[in-house]
Design a protein around this ligand. Structure first.
Ligand code: CA
Length: 228
């Protein structure tokens, strides 16, 4: 799933980014309320983790801007302030749940999972399944299948495939994949991407008549259905 973390404490932001990424999510981080508001209202996130005490605009400001839109995005508030009135205010403004810092990562994951499963009110559904041709991914159970056959993917392969599927039809460079899937920076050796793509392809495409993962020479990779 695609998550936004709005958190100004560097260590906590990094910890959340790492932990949630390792659990298969694509994570963006905003380090102040202005950036958080811009990303939350402009991006297609499945969930926003929102700190309350932020520079620029506070969490309530981000929340009210998000809730002023018609699109529903679940919000999990993170707060150091164990004050009943803050929680009540947040929930009244449309937050879906809250966690008081410090929290155990396992609890955070459980809350995130529950919110993603719960989906949106009023019949709108959070995206938990994606498909392309006979490929299906379930983001909650973390299962990938082709033609009904389960693909036995590692966590990184699942993350790679999820990213490619989310951006189907777009060419993703090795650098982009290295950054998004492995958190490696621009200068890193992108050979790791090539190796992972080869392994993914062996599971995703080799057993099936029509390949979905294509190499675009000199540019990167694209997941799409092409005519035979
Ligand atoms: Ca803060």
């Amino acid at each position: 799933m695609r998550l936004l973390v709005v958190e100004d404490e560097a260590k906590l932001a990094e910890y959340l980014h790492k932990g949630l990424s390792e659990n298969g999510h694509v994570v963006d981080v905003a380090r102040d309320g202005i950036e958080g508001r811009r990303l939350a209202t402009g991006g297609e996130y499945d969930l926003v983790l929102l700190d309350l005490m932020l520079p620029g605009v506070d969490g309530f400001g981000v929340l009210s801007a998000l809730r002023a839109q018609s699109r529903y995005t679940p919000v999990l508030m993170l707060t150091a302030r164990d004050k009943v009135e803050d929680r009540v205010r947040g929930l009244e403004q449309g937050a879906d749940d809250y966690l008081v810092k410090p929290f155990a990562f396992s609890e955070l994951l459980a809350r995130v999972g529950a919110l993603l499963r719960r989906g949106a009110p009023n019949g709108a559904q959070a995206v938990t399944q994606m498909r392309l041709a006979d490929l299906e991914i379930d983001l909650v159970s973390r299962k990938a299948t082709r033609a009904g056959q389960r693909l036995d993917l590692t966590a990184k392969e699942f993350k790679l495939l999820t990213l490619l599927l989310r951006r189907r039809g777009q060419i993703l460079s090795r650098t982009t994949l290295a950054e998004q899937v492995w958190d490696m920076n621009f200068d890193s050796d992108t050979n790791v991407v090539e190796v992972a793509v080869r392994r993914l392809r062996a599971k995703l495409d080799d057993p099936f008549p029509r390949p979905l993962l294509h190499t675009v020479r000199g540019m990167g990779y694209v997941l799409e259905e092409r005519d035979a």
